[in-house]
Design a protein around this ligand. Structure first.
Ligand code: ZN
Length: 253
């Protein structure tokens, strides 16, 4: 553990903080046959308000700092190749077989071992899907959640026998939306996902995953709004903040 991590408040049960430079949280125990990295904001070189492990070149951060952050992140992921998309808050799912830019989409799936599927987040829900032969990574904001992107990705992977891992995201405690949007979510996913105007995006994602027959949904239970010590939050750190990387890969053995 680095010095940095000794200043971090407690984590929920079932979550481990790992990494030597770029720090990430991951389910503990980790799934069989896959690795999951939900990177924190810790262990990079960006200055405030991007401090420190920002991965986005579109938020005004220094280009050299982002490049160094990505280098550290790649190191934490064993220097495996990585695949990324231009996220458009839609419901597009792309299947990839090699590293590099994979077009406009908000979910990636692959059967290729040691290929890291990545999305960038700062409040939106990152969902890692792990099957026997494929893995998937989903970026699910409110639009994508309403459009059912997690279930679409799960169905593309074959539906049954999947496990899903809901990463750090903004939770009901910190996410107030318009009455109209709260009503739309209640109609779509049931009244339990809203409390007044407070929306549980991870709760809606869980319902959506269950609709697709996902066998087990593990929610890491971390709120980006409540934990500025660990995560960027687009809502809580206005007007500008960084983005974190979330990734999954199949691993041999
Ligand atoms: Zn919160």
């Amino acid at each position: 553990m680095s010095l940095q991590s000794s200043r971090i408040a407690a984590l929920p049960a079932g979550v481990a903080l790992r990494g030597r430079r770029a720090l990430y949280v991951t389910p503990d125990p980790e799934p069989e046959g896959a690795r999951i990295w939900f990177f924190t904001r810790l262990g990079g070189v960006s200055r405030p308000p991007y401090d420190t492990l920002n991965v986005s070149r579109k938020v005004g951060d220094d280009e050299g700092a982002v490049a160094e952050n990505l280098l550290r992140i790649r190191g934490a992921m064993g220097d495996r190749p990585l695949s990324w998309v231009r996220q458009v808050a839609g419901d597009g799912v792309v299947e990839v077989s090699e590293g590099g830019f994979a077009g406009e989409a908000d979910a990636l799936i692959t059967s290729e071992p040691d290929l890291c599927l990545t999305v960038g987040v700062a409040d939106c829900v990152p969902v890692a899907l792990v099957g026997e032969e494929k893995v998937g990574m989903v970026h699910s904001g409110w639009r994508g959640t309403l459009a059912g992107i997690s279930s679409k990705a799960a169905r593309r992977m074959g539906g049954g026998g999947l496990k899903a891992y809901i990463g750090p995201c903004i939770r009901q405690c910190c996410y107030e939306v318009s009455p109209e949007l709260a009503g739309e979510f209640a109609r779509r996913f049931g009244g339990a996902v809203v409390s007044g105007r407070h929306l549980s995006l991870p709760g809606a994602v869980r319902r959506n995953l269950e609709e697709a027959g996902v066998e087990e949904v593990v929610d890491l239970g971390l709120c980006t709004g409540c934990r500025p010590d660990l995560f960027f939050s687009h809502r809580k750190q206005k007007p500008v903040t960084g983005r974190s990387l979330a990734a999954v890969a199949r691993v041999g053995g």
